[in-house]
Design a protein around this ligand. Structure first.
Ligand code: ADP
Ligand code: MG
Length: 317
């Protein structure tokens, strides 16, 4: 099978009605942007053995390659529209490609996202680059740099699950409901696109949690030139996680483990709106701390000062 056959068989699909003048097949895609919207471009590369274990199912690899980019779009408060795919493959294996394409289009279809072009090459290992173009109302994109003293810090969903899932995947624990849930949190991250767009109207700063709550919140605070406090007892942990380990270990995954792809954002006096968005989307949104003057991220646990040491749970970053 050559490159053209792969493109035709696995990636070319009917995608009318998605504001595409020219899609896959020409030298470039021609896209029709909505008037009076800002465009946002994000790209993320996944390297086999570094960003995902080689044993991960091809469906999950395809899904994940799109989802990690959707998470960046969510953190900007934007609407995903078009994507391109640069694929380097060690071999052209039909079963792998079929599964990969199915997972990729599953994540795309959940978000009305169209594949409009790409590049397919042979190389020594599997490398997947997905780029997404999204749009947002002019000037409304959320940034990391807009947190203000007095803001509360919120996070969506629960954290620590994906890193625990990856660790289980690598150690090969026997299946159970808890184990299956945690592995799925790594394999199929749920990008918070709907929540991101809804909070963009009042949230000050936002970031998605790819490297771990502590490291990513530190980035947001540094970009904003402010300090933050984090109360560890308020960090939302899933029962799937706490069923399998004590709270100390769960918190280590939550703070230092990556791959959650939840959102962390700051906002001031928006509790009612946040409650409504949470109810509408079915995604928990939990206050976990406060923004202050100065710099640095300071943790407490049940009110007592807590010195957090990053234990390096990020195997795959
Ligand atoms: P060119 O020679 O102009 O670089 P290619 O032969 O690489 O074009 O690709 C032919 C067409 O197929 C282009 O429209 C390109 O965008 C598209 N394409 C190539 N690889 C992929 C892929 N993995 N997914 C989607 N579209 C692809
Ligand atoms: Mg060309």
């Amino acid at each position: 099978m050559d490159e053209f056959e792969i493109i035709r068989r696995y990636f070319e699909r009917e995608s009318s009605g998605k504001n595409i003048r020219i899609g896959i097949g020409d030298d470039g895609a021609v896209l029709i942007p909505s008037p009076d919207r800002d465009l946002i471009s994000v790209v993320d590369t996944l390297v086999s053995g570094i960003h995902f274990p080689e044993s991960l199912a091809p469906e999950d690899i395809g899904y994940r390659a799109v989802a990690v980019n959707l998470s960046d779009v969510a953190a900007m408060g934007a609407r995903p529209r078009w994507m391109t795919l640069a694929l380097t493959l060690a071999e052209f294996a039909p079963v792998w490609l079929d599964g990969f394409a199915r997972g990729l289009f599953e994540a795309a279809d959940e978000n009305e996202l169209a594949l409009v072009g790409g590049d397919t090459t042979r190389g020594n290992e599997t490398v997947i680059s997905v780029q997404i173009i999204a749009d947002v109302e002019p000037g409304q994109a959320m940034t990391r740099a807009a947190a203000e003293p007095g803001d509360a810090i919120y996070i969506t969903g629960t954290v620590g699950d994906a890193a625990a899932g990856l660790s289980i995947l690598q150690s090969g624990s026997p299946a159970s409901d808890d184990v299956d849930y945690l592995i799925a949190r790594f394999a199929r991250p749920a990008a918070r696109v709907e929540v991101g767009a809804a909070i963009s109207h009042f949230a000050h700063a936002a970031i998605d949690l790819s490297d771990g709550l502590f490291a990513d919140l530190e980035k947001l605070l540094a970009a904003s030139g402010v300090s933050g406090s984090l109360e560890l007892a308020d960090i939302p942990l899933s029962t799937y996680l706490t069923n399998l380990m004590d709270e100390d270990d769960a918190l280590r995954f939550a703070l230092g483990g990556g791959d959650d792809y939840e959102l962390c954002f700051t906002a001031n006096a928006a509790a009612d709106e946040i409650g409504e968005i949470s109810a509408r989307s079915g995604v928990a949104i939990t206050p976990v701390g406060q923004v202050g003057e100065g710099s640095g991220l300071h943790c407490t646990r049940n009110g007592d000062e807590y010195h957090y040491q990053d234990a390096g749970y990020r195997h795959f970053h």
